[in-house]
Design a protein around this ligand. Structure first.
Ligand code: UDP
Length: 241
């Protein structure tokens, strides 16, 4: 587990967003993984995902307060969390300002269409290359076509690990572009679902708000977050012995 934690960006979100803007300006090819307990827990037994986390060409940021807290057990100080939703938001706004091209992949048809339509209004300036809902059958085949369109920005919202696996399957053939798995961000950015109120975000309780709004998340929360924290504590103690 430690080696994955060591891959996580530890600086401020402000500095990371500057870096992100530079990628957009320069047309850097970049895969960004937004690590949360679910991602690291799954990666323990998912070689493809783990290899992507360990690949130094990729950026790994801390999406979730549990990652910041658990990193401390390994003596790693992560300044702040960098949520996937904020990355998506920045890429949409900055991409619009810089007249970049974008492809949106994932979420329900209505959700992704609503977000795609916002490129004509809220995110005017963005060149929409297309969008695909996340419930089509042969995603890999469709994604190959997306990569060939050469987007400057490609947001994939399918949940972990499906979104990362899809990006991994296609990015090797990409010449440029920022590829990032953004989980449930399309639901929020399209206005379909509300993000947690600012006070929850500030107090690092966004996870609690999401469970409160969608109680079915509780099972997933236990499966990944609780077990993940127990694992880290056990693992870090072993390393100290
Ligand atoms: N999703 C999808 N195809 C699937 C399963 C999920 O497009 O087969 C979408 C779903 O509609 C949602 C997103 O993936 O928009 C996952 O959101 P979730 O809130 O579960 O992710 P989180 O933000 O918790 O990582």
């Amino acid at each position: 587990m430690r080696e994955m934690f060591e891959r996580i960006y530890t600086g401020s979100s402000e500095d990371y967003y500057k870096k992100l803007k530079k990628y957009v300006d320069k047309g850097t090819k970049k895969f960004i993984l937004t690590a949360n307990p679910e991602m690291l827990y799954i990666a323990k037994d998912n070689k493809v995902l783990k290899d992507a986390i360990m690949n130094k060409e990729n950026d790994v940021v801390s999406d979730g307060i549990a990652i910041k807290k658990m990193a401390k057990y390994y003596g790693i100080d992560i300044k702040e969390r960098i949520p996937g939703c904020d990355i998506a938001n920045l890429l949409l706004n900055y991409g619009a300002k810089k007249k970049k091209s974008i492809y949106l992949f994932g979420a329900e048809e209505e959700v992704v269409k609503t977000l795609a339509d916002l490129t004509k209004t809220k995110y005017k300036g963005l060149k929409l290359l297309g969008y695909t809902n996340g419930y089509i059958k042969d995603k890999e085949k469709e994604f190959e076509k997306v990569v060939k369109l050469n987007p400057d920005i490609c947001l994939v919202a399918l949940g972990i690990p499906m979104q990362e696996e899809l990006i991994i399957s296609g990015i090797k053939n990409a010449k440029k572009g920022i590829y990032v798995g953004v989980g449930g961000s399309f639901d929020v950015l399209s206005g379909t679902k509300k993000r947690a109120p600012k006070v929850f975000i500030k107090l690092n309780l966004e996870w609690l708000y999401r469970i409160f709004k969608e109680p079915k998340r509780l099972k997933r929360f236990y499966k990944y977050n609780i077990k993940f924290c127990q694992d880290v504590i056990k693992d870090s103690k072993k390393a100290k012995k």
